[in-house]
Ligand binder design. Structure first.
Ligand code: ATP
Ligand code: MG
Length: 328
């Protein structure tokens, strides 16, 4: 008896999602594992047609697929991506930030990864208006979520022989970030991995000045959101940055960029971020060699061209996809 092929949900969404996701799917098809791909809708267009930004079928599909490849959603982004992330029970948002040759990076040696807590912090807190002109927000930090994210970060670093930095602001948020920091440091004790801790504001400055000193940065939710965007600016462009929302049983992979309405429909979107997200998908499912092949082919294409307009070239998404397929 042979096992059923793994099922990959493919959700292009809106805007350039419809250009970059099919390109990344071609790359997945070319590297071989015998996946079953199932496409589904989400976003502004399907909301206009049906009244629902995230149809039940799409949610169910993601909740049952082995992995999901998502593009982007426009105005409805929060109604789509937040429930999709919870459909895959993701606790970690993983964002590698790497400078590739042939691109305009501020710091060409940048190669780090943010491991961001994805379920709590201020984003899970309740906001209130307690009186006219007076608003509050409750910040939620639990030992279990802190432990889970720290463990993921340390395992990630251990597998790669890398160093961990734990970001926090425990000198001010003594109770919540105090718990986060204390929990992460006790996880650190279980690993033979070098680590340090960093106040998140000072870390922002160091990341701009010396990003090459960092490997794996474990962060609470809001800090990870801000710091990873900051680091994205160091490597020259949204078109290059992949991400993963990882759970124990399934995961969702998406480019960091959005729908890029200014270029949508022109066929010139850079597919690299989504292809690199597909490489992370392959690795998540255990196809490390295939993932590395995809990453190398994207890297080689970034080095040699062709380049889409965001990287100063005049190539189309199709041209870049063909170049990557040839290198594979
Ligand atoms: P959204 O609200 O969906 O995030 P946005 O207007 O913020 O839309 P983004 O997708 O976040 O647009 O992109 C910001 C800028 O970066 C735009 O000018 C866009 O053209 C450019 N950009 C983003 N992704 C890519 C890509 N893959 N290829 C080329 N340019 C891109
Ligand atoms: Mg945007």
């Amino acid at each position: 008896m042979t096992a059923d092929p793994e099922r990959i949900a493919v959700v292009p969404g809106d805007g350039i999602g419809n250009e970059v996701v099919p390109a990344a799917r071609e790359v997945l098809e070319a590297v071989g594992p015998d996946f079953e791909f199932v496409e589904a809708d989400a976003g502004d267009e399907v909301k206009a047609e049906t009244g629902e930004a995230l149809p039940d079928e799409t949610r169910e599909l993601a909740a049952n697929a082995d992995a999901t490849l998502f593009g982007a959603a426009g105005e409805t982004a929060a109604d789509v991506i937040l429930p999709l992330r919870s459909a895959v029970d993701s606790f970690a948002n993983v964002r590698p930030v790497r400078a590739y040759p042939g691109t305009d990076a501020l710091h060409p040696d940048t190669d780090l990864v943010f491991v961001r807590e994805n379920t709590e912090g201020v984003y899970a807190g309740h906001e209130d208006e307690i009186a006219p002109g007076v608003t509050t927000l409750t910040r939620v930090v639990t030992e279990s979520a802190s432990e889970e994210i720290a463990r993921y970060g340390f395992e990630y670093a251990a597998e790669r022989g890398e160093r961990v930095t734990i970001a926090h602001k425990a000198n001010v948020m003594r109770t919540t970030d105090g718990l986060f920091l204390e929990t992460a440091e006790s996880v650190a004790d279980e690993f033979d991995v070098e680590y340090d801790t960093a106040l998140m504001d000072a870390l922002a400055m160091h990341l701009v000045m010396r990003p090459e000193e960092y490997d794996v940065v474990v962060c609470p939710n809001l800090a990870g959101d801000v710091l990873s965007d900051l680091a994205a600016g160091l490597v020259g462009g949204l078109g290059l940055l992949p991400s993963a929302n990882v759970g124990d049983e399934r995961a969702l992979f998406e480019p960091v960029h959005g729908t890029a309405p200014d270029i949508a429909g022109e066929g010139v979107a850079n597919p690299s971020a989504t292809m690199l997200s597909a490489a992370m998908l392959l690795e998540y499912l255990g196809y490390d060699d295939a993932g590395e092949r995809v990453r190398s082919a994207v890297k080689a294409t970034l080095e040699s061209g062709p380049h889409t307009p965001d990287l100063g070239g005049d190539a189309t998404t199709r041209d870049v996809t063909d170049a990557v397929l040839t290198k594979l």
